[in-house]
Design a protein around this ligand. Structure first.
Ligand SMILES: Nc1ncnc2c1ncn2[C@@H]1O[C@H](COP(=O)(O)OP(=O)(O)O)[C@@H](O)[C@H]1O
Ligand SMILES: CC(C)(COP(=O)(O)O)[C@@H](O)C(=O)NCCC(=O)O
Length: 406
């Protein structure tokens, strides 16, 4: 929605804005209270029991919705306008030690540093910086432990949700495919190590794709790949071996021997290739490489489960299939690639949850839980998301908030 179109009466009472400002995209998570947000006594008691908190009335549970939004980092002014328009910047917290009682908003990602002054100048707010890897892991652990049907496998066009056993979650490898790629070995809550990364990531796909195809948007480039045939551009084992498999080393004739390799011998110019084929080849090259590097890192540490997140994936079938096939192929079926429904918002969710650590004056989230229609689900962590919600929509949840006094 164009922020200019937002009318006053449509503006929700929003709070707890959390920002993840990455190299390509800015992700926002914020909470808005329902009009009649406070629970009645009976409901409050039930919620408190579910959350395992005391029911002395000092910790009101606010009902409302979690909202998700994203903007291209290069269009940060649109993001600032959106925040201003929805008055999201007013819903942070105040640190009584901060001169002039500036409102503080939680933020992560490189942009929390790069754009700190811009946020201060444009919105008059300070960004309280949370570590990016910390937030990614917090967001991933929360989703894997608390959200049913969050993780799924994808192979040969078949999507299957994975039942996560809370007692058997760790260790796992988290692969965040953003502009670049971070690979994090996760051993528990707050226990992790970034073990590797690669600069061939989502930014590489989009950047090279834009140059090679003249596509105007990431989605257009992704869409093109649907109709493409990578074999027009890629050099296959069969191209080298006269149509035959190289079975002695386990390579079939259709295996890609060299991504974009055909372009060296075709005597063609860029214009002679279809954008669809280039997009498909590029997508396959990047996805395959990430799958392979991820597998090698899983092998280093004996990890069997690899969760892939980040907005590069975009729930895109061909991307997930390529990554899953790479992991399956290289691990000979030993390791499993899994994907996350809330793939792009791990960092922003982790940042949102970091409000719970605050003990400053003002409203702070200590716990939040999604309320299922029939009964309260267990809320071992801070928020609980529903299963079938489109991420572009808001999701219903409750926030357990304490009022801190100076
Ligand atoms: N609308 C979009 N605009 C730009 N990139 C997009 C878009 N949707 C998905 N992407 C892909 O997602 C990547 C960014 O993923 P993200 O997890 O947000 O990382 P970052 O934190 O680096 O911004 C981009 O490099 C691109 O490959
Ligand atoms: C520097 C980053 C952590 C920034 O995160 P991003 O904005 O890409 O999500 C990431 O781009 C990265 O891990 N790059 C790979 C660097 C490397 O290990 O080679």
């Amino acid at each position: 929605m164009d922020p200019a179109e937002v009318r006053n009466e449509e503006i929700p009472q929003a709070s707890h804005l959390a920002l993840d400002i990455g190299g390509s995209l800015i992700k926002l998570v914020y909470f808005s209270r329902n009009d009649n947000s406070h629970t009645d006594d009976k409901e409050q008691r039930t919620l408190n029991e579910g959350l395992g908190v005391s029911s002395d009335g000092s910790c009101p549970i606010l009902k409302g919705r979690l909202h998700f939004a994203k903007f291209e980092t290069s269009k940060i002014n649109d993001c600032l306008e959106f925040i201003r328009c929805y008055r999201l910047h007013l819903g942070g917290f105040q640190h009584h030690e901060t001169p002039s009682n500036k409102i503080i908003i939680k933020a992560t990602g490189g942009g929390a540093y790069k754009f700190a002054n811009l946020f201060e100048e444009e919105l008059g707010i300070s960004l309280d910086k949370e570590d990016e890897m910390d937030c990614l892991v917090t967001g991933a652990n929360f989703l894997l432990k608390e959200v049913q049907q969050e993780a799924f496998t994808y192979l040969d066009g078949h999507k299957e949700f994975v039942q996560i056993d809370h007692n058997d979650l760790y260790p796992y490898l988290l692969v965040k495919i953003g502009s670049g790629v971070s690979m994090i070995k996760v051993d528990g809550d707050g226990k992790f190590e970034r073990v590797s990364g690669t600069n061939l990531g989502g930014g590489t796909f989009w950047g090279l794709g834009r140059l090679l195809t003249k596509c105007k948007s990431f989605d257009e480039l992704l869409e093109l790949s649907h109709q493409g045939n990578n074999r027009v551009v890629d050099m296959l084992v069969g191209d080298i071996y006269g149509g035959m498999d190289y079975s002695k080393i386990g390579l079939s004739a259709t295996t890609i021997a060299s991504s974009f390799g055909k372009a060296i011998s075709d005597n063609k110019e860029l214009e002679d290739y279809r954008s669809e084929d280039i997009s498909r080849s590029l997508l396959r090259m990047i996805s395959n490489n990430i799958g392979q590097v991820a597998y090698l890192n899983a092998l280093r540490f004996g990890l069997k489960r690899i969760f892939f997140g980040g907005f590069f994936i975009r729930g895109h079938a061909y991307t997930m299939d390529t990554i899953a096939v790479a992991v399956h192929f290289w691990s000979k079926g030993e390791a499993k690639a899994m994907f996350l429904r809330h793939e792009g918002f791990l960092g922003a969710l982790g940042t949102f949850m970091s409000y719970g650590k605050q003990s400053y004056e003002g409203l702070s989230v200590d716990q939040a839980t999604q309320q299922f229609p029939m009964s309260l689900s267990h809320a071992g962590d801070k928020i609980y998301c529903p299963l079938s919600q489109d991420l572009n929509d808001s999701i219903e949840c409750s926030v357990y908030a304490t009022q801190h006094h100076s």
